[in-house]
Each structure stands twice: as C-alpha cells, then as structure tokens.
Design a protein around this ligand. Structure first.
Ligand code: URA
Length: 441
C-alpha cells in the first residue's frame, strides 16, 4: 500500500477499506507517513467526506493506536459521561456522586483544562491533597468498593488522535464531522466504559454554534459508539451562556456541593438530571427517564450523593472536611462588581468571553505548563432573559491580582449585551439522541 494512492483515492471521493485506514493511522502514528501526506489526506477527507463505516474504522484505528483500558476487573456496567466543553460546566462533580450513590460504577478518566474551559481534575484539586495519580489496581479497587474514581488521562491514550489533532489544528482540517467525532469517540472508547453519555453543546460558547450542527455531531458519535458495542446516548444542550452561576475552579466546586444539597441553579440541576438519567438507563439501573430522575432526586434528598462526594474526595487523598464546610475554600483578595450601564434585558452573553475572563484572572491555562489560581473566577448574577436596572450587578469578579483584575473587568463588561426588548430565557436541555434518532425538546 502507498499513502500517495490512498490520498488519490480519497481525493476522488472513493471509499477506503478498514485495512487502508489502519495503514494510514498506524503509519502516521509511527512516523512512517510524513505530516505533508497526512495533511493532504485530511484535507481530502474534509472535501470528500467519509461514510459511517469509514468513520467507525478511523475511530477504532485511533483507539488501537495506544492503551485501551480494560475495565473488566470492575463489576457491573460502567457508565461514563463526556462533554464537548463548556463554560461553568461542573456536571461531572455532581452526577458522578449521584450515579455512584445508586450503585452504578463510574470509572472516569479526565483531563485538565486547556484554554477557557476548565477540566474536572483542576476543579477537584481545589480540595487540598486531592490526587488522580492512582495505580490501575487502586482505580479498579476504588470503583469496586465505592463506585467512583477518577484518574488522569494516560499519555498513551489514542496517541494517533493527539498527533492528528495537532496537525488538523494548523491545516484548517478541524471542522469535519467524521474527524471530530472519531477524535472524541476514540478517547472515550479507549477509556473503557460500557455506557457513554455525551453532552453535545451548542451556542456561542460551544464548539458547535448551532443546534443543527450539534445534532449532526451527536448522531455520528452515537452511531460510532453503538456501532462498536458501547451503549451511547447524546444530550443536546445550550451553551449560549455559562452553565449555573459560577465559573472558576473552587467556585464551581462550591456550586456543585450546593447542588448536591438541593440548592443548585435550575439549569445546572436539569443538565445533571438528564445526563445522569441516561447513565442509569444505559447501566440498567432504571427503566424510564422518570424512574431515573426520581432515583437521582432521592440521592440529593437523603444526602447520599453528598456523602459519596466526601468519601470519594477522601479516598483520593483530598480534605473532605471542605465538603461539609465549603467556607474553608480560599477566598480571593479582591472582588469587583460589573454593573449595568443602562436598564434592559440581558439579550446575549458572550460565553467564550466569560471563559476568557476567568483565564485572564489566572483560573485557566494558556499553555499546558501554566499554573492556575484555583480561587479566582466569576459569579454570574444575570443570565439571558433577566431584567436589569442601571447600576445593578451583572456579574462579580473574584481576583487575587490587581493587574489581572484590570484586564478582566472590561472584558466581562463587554461580554454582556442588553436590549430594551423582552428576551426569552433559553432552555438548557434541547434534545436527546439515541440509536433510534433525535428528539428535540
Ligand atoms: N475535541 C476533540 O477532542 N477533537 C476534535 O476533533 C474536536 C474537539
């Protein structure tokens, strides 16, 4: 086989075989195929597309390019959740303990944040001492014993994706459905869970800007997952504003704790309930969404989900007293209110800009090596559709560095767009995609 011939084949829109796709992915990962040939191939994929079978074959070639976690030592059907990335998204911290409290194993491999969306591990490290460096045996033992454990992503998880994604990023070949969905699904499949629930976001703070684009991506990923024997669902959700009221690592952990006490904001609770319901359905713990939601609600009411969070934090070396006394999380030195300069309805929030504001404050990483300040962030006082009077606070900044605060403040102000016209508050959960198709709400 020659890479030149395979590029030509795709350039003419022909279908590649599994062997041909394996040859490309394997050759590129091992360095036998140079970047310039892979770039030409990726561009041909963007222009001529891949069908579902090719996309599945591409996904599995990337899965098999590195370590594949075998979770069989863990008893029961394992459920995992993956979000395409959003600002203020702390759902894993809430639904992990809820689902685990109901006996469904959650063996999660998570990443750190890069750019303006935070990673679950960074958030959890707000608990002093918390660590994700468990051995594989400890990871399995913890999940078997208490149904919840999180480890960091191993360096050798889908290395083909890592290399291809870096190349796509600089060759204008990111935005192709087959390439995006195989990239995301290769990492989830390699992480080993039986049930995969995807949170596919759309809106100005998401990778996919429109609901139609999000639905198309969700359908492809659901087909890939089910096509390789993983029960896969996707929830379509709104990211035209931050999720919940807080953005920033420790601030989001505090909001997660509040939510587990039954005092969380409605959009965040709805997101967790929906995603967790499908985890329970997939793991055969509930037969209907209504039954799943009732079970999940009971973990908040009887305190079992909060207790599960504390147990999990403690077992992974963290100080669980913070769960019971969240006022122990460090406070920032400075706070500043961003106020409305006129009366009106909040018409739009530039969600990416909210994420960038948190990054500017020191709450996110600009490069992989950046140190982050876990205590800084933003409290959102007004969301889309809310009425605000001149002088009233739209949002509050929490900062430890006056120079950073000075840079963040105009950014946050500019992220709010007001209107004199009444604006409808957007729904958060917009649809669900299963192997039977999409239902929009
Ligand atoms: N996220 C990924 O992991 N891969 C893509 O291709 C796009 C977003």
């Amino acid at each position: 086989m020659r890479m030149y011939d395979l590029i030509t084949k795709k350039k003419h829109g022909e279908i590649l075989t599994k062997e041909e796709i394996n040859f490309i992915v394997d050759g590129y990962t091992k360095g036998n195929i140079p970047d310039y040939q892979m770039s030409a191939f990726l561009m041909a994929v963007c222009l001529k597309e891949m069908n579902l079978q090719e996309t599945i074959d591409l996904t599995m070639a990337m899965v098999n390019s590195g370590d594949v976690l075998d979770l069989s030592p863990i008893v029961g059907k394992k459920a995992d959740k993956h979000s395409t990335g959003g600002v203020g998204d702390k759902t894993s911290l809430i639904l992990g303990p809820m689902v685990a409290a109901l006996g469904v194993p959650v063996a999660k491999m998570s990443g750190r944040g890069l750019g303006h969306t935070g990673g679950t591990i960074d958030k959890l490290e707000s608990f002093p001492g918390f660590s994700v460096s468990l051995s594989e045996q400890e990871f399995f033992d913890n999940v078997n014993r208490m149904k919840l454990a999180i480890i960091g992503q191993t360096a050798n998880l889908a290395p083909a994706d890592k290399k291809m994604y870096a190349l796509r990023d600089v060759t204008a070949t990111v935005d192709n459905l087959s390439l995006i969905s195989s990239s995301i699904m290769s990492k989830k499949i390699a992480a080993g869970s039986d049930v995969i629930v995807l949170d596919v976001k759309c809106g100005n703070g998401a990778f996919m800007k429109t609901l139609d684009e999000a639905e198309a991506l969700a359908k492809t990923m659901v087909e890939i997952g089910n096509g390789v024997g993983r029960e896969t669902y996707a929830v379509l959700s709104d990211m035209s504003q931050p999720l919940g009221k807080y953005v920033g690592n420790a601030l989001e952990v505090k909001e997660a704790i509040k939510t587990l006490k039954g005092q969380g904001p409605a959009d965040l609770l709805e997101a967790c309930m929906t995603l967790a319901s499908y985890m329970l359905l997939g793991a055969d713990r509930a037969k209907t969404v209504a039954e799943a939601e009732a079970l999940l609600q009971s973990t908040i009411e009887d305190g079992s989900a909060l207790k599960k969070l504390a147990e999990f934090v403690e077992v992974q070396g963290g100080d669980a007293s913070y769960v019971w006394n969240p006022e122990k999380f460090p406070r920032t030195e400075f706070v500043e209110e961003i106020v409305a300069t006129e009366d009106g309805y909040v018409a739009e929030i530039l969600t990416d800009e909210i994420g960038m504001t948190s990054l500017v404050l020191g709450g996110g990483r600009e490069t992989k090596e950046s140190e982050i300040d876990l205590s800084v962030g933003i409290k959102i006082h007004k969301k889309v559709g809310d009425y605000v009077r001149k002088g009233e606070s739209l949002a509050r900044l929490y900062a430890n560095d006056l120079t950073k605060l000075k840079a963040a403040s105009p950014r946050l102000q500019a992220a709010y767009k007001l209107s004199k016209e009444r604006i409808e508050a957007p729904k958060h959960v917009l649809g669900i995609v299963t192997k039977d198709g999409c239902t929009r709400f």
